[in-house]
Design a protein around this ligand. Structure first.
Ligand code: AMP
Length: 540
């Protein structure tokens, strides 16, 4: 027997229609490329999304077709997030920091019909034009007077395109499992892999994120995590579910620019990778400014160091929330929201729980498996490969030749190594390809660099494994010094003592001007390994 509930599909146009009706006065604030601040409401966004849907139809974009976006977080990108899936096309968010070869690969592989591109990224496309012959045209996300001279064929100005259209457009209903968007994962080897999100997954995940990141309708939310990466952790959708004020930072993610928005827009909640928080700390330290409005921040994408969590809590009175997720999980998959069992054990237990990647959220079931594929006990000690399944987890990559990461019984192998304890807290020990094996025992490069990054002279730290004739591999600590500091190896080693096992201490410490960062601010370990491929430890 079926339930007697109404058939109400979980699809993005239903969310937009709802938000236009009930949250139409809620503000969306964007810092534009031009540098000025743009303000409008969810009502305005709904109207312009309907104009955009008409423009897409005029361009000949059909249901099931893919349209690329190369854009920062801003109101025009929001309109694309709604109008493309709303008209049953797919957005393909493209990371502007891909190499030319990867850029033309993902555009061709996803079969992008058009590309909507920020004016500053037009040269990227001009550069690969001959390798993307199937793209029918380009739309530059700018005002008419900012339209650049370009060799891109069939290039339109976004505002001119919209101005010609009426806002009379009727969103249709369709199957909630219809594809809504695509995002490629960087992949350390081979070509990037396409993850295809469904409407159902995005809507469920948008609601789930609000619950698990503890966002309320009173919040003013600044997603620093880019909308070209993992749906901006679905915050562009969560905002319309809840009627939250959104503040979209555009291209300027340096500490001063982020602080300016946090302060001026009274932002109470923000989300980003550790690198952006470090840049904010540096700015605050220099300027002596505080964060009076910010209540909570989510740190994800890379492990949050204890020193970062403590600085937020103790120095700025901001509650840090750690989160784990992947491109393949639509947005967050786990987070250590506070339980009464932890809260009653006091500050140290709370801090220790915050340093874990948290508990799997409902709809994202986790398990740890050993080398034989058998599930390991939830004892906080047995480390193995983290596997996940759920309503917002990929079941396959787009047009992939091999889908070895997906098991026949419906699990996705994350490539992360982790433990789970009896309360369901997940602790990542490393990425499978990023462990250092010394004398047959594993060293966690994540733990080592987290411990080192708290040293007062260091702006950033990363650990890679270097070949060692006796131990196979030993850790090399690569550090970026804070301005005006010099490297004191003894001091760093003494700082690490007691924080990590003695045999984990790095065999050498070297400085770098900067660490190679990916588009989302994560250290690119493969690039770092490449940089140090001819390095050998002193005396070895
Ligand atoms: P991506 O698909 O680019 O978002 O990368 C996902 C990967 O980033 C995960 O598989 C983890 O290896 C890593 N990651 C994400 N969040 C965290 C976290 N909180 N702590 C440690 N690693 C993380």
């Amino acid at each position: 027997m079926l339930g007697l509930m109404q058939d109400f599909p979980l699809i993005i146009p239903r969310l937009l229609t709802y938000a236009e009706k009930f949250h139409r006065h809620t503000e969306i604030v964007s810092r534009r490329l031009e540098g000025d601040i743009h303000r409008y409401t969810i009502g305005d966004m709904g109207r312009r999304s309907r104009q955009l849907a008409n423009a897409l139809a005029r361009l000949g974009v059909e249901p099931g077709q893919v349209v690329g976006t190369i854009a920062w977080n801003g109101y025009r990108h929001m309109e694309l997030y709604y109008a493309l899936p709303g008209s049953q096309a797919l957005y393909h968010t493209i990371n502007p920091r891909l190499s030319s070869q990867q850029l033309s690969y993902v555009i061709s592989h996803a079969e992008d019909q058009y590309i909507f591109v920020e004016a500053m990224f037009v040269p990227l496309l001009e550069n690969v034009l001959k390798d993307i012959p199937a793209v029918k045209g380009f739309v530059v996300l700018c005002d008419e007077d900012a339209m650049p001279d370009t060799s891109l064929p069939n290039a339109h100005c976004y505002e001119t395109l919209l101005a010609a259209e009426s806002d009379d457009y009727q969103w249709q209903d369709f199957d909630e499992n219809t594809a809504a968007g695509i995002c490629y994962t960087s992949g350390t080897t081979g070509n990037p892999k396409g993850v295809v999100y469904s409407h159902r997954a995005l809507i469920l995940q948008a609601m789930n994120s609000a619950i698990h990141m503890e966002i309320t309708a009173r919040d003013s939310v600044l997603p620093i995590v880019p909308m070209f990466h993992v749906n901006g952790w679905t915050l562009p959708y969560t905002a319309l579910v809840m009627g939250i004020k959104l503040v979209l930072p555009g291209k300027d993610l340096d500490g001063a620019s982020v602080f300016e928005l946090l302060d001026a827009e009274k932002v109470s909640f923000s989300a980003g990778v550790p690198t952006v928080w470090q840049m904010l700390f540096d700015h605050l330290e220099e300027s002596g400014q505080k964060l009076p409005y910010l209540n909570k921040i989510v740190i994800g994408g890379s492990a949050a160091a204890r020193s970062m969590l403590e600085t937020f809590r103790d120095k700025y009175d901001v509650e840090p929330l750690h989160a784990w997720g992947m491109t393949e999980t639509s947005s967050i998959g786990s987070t250590p929201t506070m339980t009464s069992h932890v809260a009653c054990q006091g500050e140290e237990a709370i801090m220790r729980s915050k340093m874990t990647q948290g508990r799997g959220i409902f709809g994202a079931e986790l398990k740890i498996v050993g080398e034989d594929g058998a599930e390991l006990p939830m004892d906080g000690k047995s480390a193995g490969t983290l596997c996940i399944r759920g309503w917002a987890v990929s079941s396959a990559y787009l047009k992939a030749e091999s889908n070895k990461e997906f098991t026949e019984d419906g699990w996705f192998d994350t490539g992360d190594l982790a433990t789970l304890n009896e309360y369901g807290y997940l602790q990542l020990t490393d990425r499978a390809k990023d462990m250092i094996k010394s004398g047959g025992e594993w060293i966690s490069s994540i733990d080592l660099e987290n411990a080192a990054s708290g040293h007062p002279d260091l702006a950033a730290a990363a650990v890679i494994g270097i070949h060692h004739p006796k131990w196979e591999e030993r850790p090399l600590l690569v550090v970026v010094l804070k301005p005006g500091h010099s490297l004191d190896k003894t001091s760093v080693l003494q700082y690490l003592e007691g924080k990590v096992a003695k045999w984990w201490l790095p065999d050498d410490i070297v400085t770098a001007d900067a660490l190679p960062l990916g588009a989302t601010g994560k250290v690119q370990k493969n690039e770092l390994r490449e940089q140090f491929k001819s390095y050998s430890f002193p005396g070895v």
